[in-house]
Design a protein around this ligand. Sequence first.
Ligand code: NAD
Ligand code: ZN
Length: 266
Amino acid sequence: MLAELSPALIAEVKLAAQLLASKQRICILTGAGISAESGIPTFRDKQTGLWENYGVEDLATPEAFTRDPKLVWSWYQWRRQMVADKAPNPAHHALAQWQYHAQTSDQQVTLITQNVDDLHEQAGSAVTHLHGHLWRNRCGQCEIPYQDQSRASYDNQGTMSFDKTLLNCPHCDGYIRPDIVWFGEALPVQAWQTAEEAAANCEVFISIGTSSLVYPAAGLAQLAKQNCAQVIEVNPDPTPNTIVDITLAEKAGVILPLLIEEITTL
Ligand code: NAD
Ligand code: ZN
């Protein structure tokens, strides 16, 4: 498969693999791009972008939910419908394989994601979610987790559909919302602490499929760099990020299986 890439990219993959195989502490940050090959659109995808018909302020802020809870809830139920049949792609599988392999080597591979899908978990990875979970709900008022998670039902053809009716909390009667970090909200304390520690202590930081625009997650690579880590980026459309040492300008589903095969056989 290496032969399908340009000689320059093959050289970069080999360089990255040698670097990674020689280090103990690795921190990986993934974004929407890693799930693109599973058929889940990224936010900034011009053709199929999730924001095509609405602005972010209409759908993913606490103010939007206060203003129009029905619109926000319906949109998330629609997203759940879209993500429900999606499966991990070779990039998710390769990272899970690397973490599995690392258990028997002296490497520590910490995986942090900005994604709210569960494709890393489905592939078998241990992962920290910075921006919450699409499949969990909680009360928008008292914050208590809501047990009936996704309100999915199946018709007699086996097609799944998601009820768009608003739900009320059994404790305080507030509206139920997805357990997702919206723009303007704080990140979960424990997840952010794990991410900061892994970024500050790693020897190599790998950024995969993220436009590096959404802070504070985008600051993790800088934190790693300040602490003398090397930075690798995997993105077919590399970000204008001056702190990157090695750029692997290809799809994650192409690069990661090759990279991980090289690392685990070196
Ligand atoms: P983004 O949409 O801003 O950027 C996606 C990046 O992925 C782009 O730089 C693009 O060039 C790159 N990309 C596209 N296809 C790729 C591929 N096959 N391999 C590697 N890279 C590829 O996404 P973001 O940086 O994650 O930030 C936006 C926010 O969107 C995050 O907070 C995240 O929670 C949320 N989001 C999540 C999902 C999901 O859970 N799957 C989907 C959409 C958005
Ligand atoms: Zn409540």
